[in-house]
Design a protein around this ligand. Structure first.
Ligand SMILES: [Zn+2]
Length: 101
């Protein structure tokens, strides 16, 4: 149970608290918004960017763009890997059968 709680905490942290760049699509810029954001799912202080990021997740065509934004710099990649790692460890903790194999 401890592992599940921990991995859930890390997951929530990286989604809503981690210090990453906003990376919301901005007209005329390839790398997107460079403002600081809190969490890989959240945008910066510009309200519109939050909705843009959420919309990217909903539109299937845009998910690839969103994913590449997750690895836009070292910091974002680290947070993403932490999220994925904690998600997987939480999954493994939930399914004891996986550990046996
Ligand atoms: Zn932004």
């Amino acid at each position: 149970m401890v592992i599940i709680t921990l991995s859930a905490a890390v997951l929530l942290w990286s989604f809503f608290q981690a210090p990453v760049t906003c990376a919301a699509p901005v007209r005329g810029r390839d790398d997107g918004c460079r403002n600081n954001a809190t969490g890989i799912l959240m945008g910066c202080h510009i309200h519109q960017h939050r909705w843009q990021k959420l919309k990217m997740l909903i539109l299937r065509r845009r998910v690839r763009e969103f994913c590449s934004g997750l690895f836009s710099d070292g910091k974002a990649a680290l947070v993403t890997l932490a999220a994925v790692g904690s998600f997987l460890s939480g999954l493994v903790a939930l399914i004891p059968g996986v550990v046996v194999h």
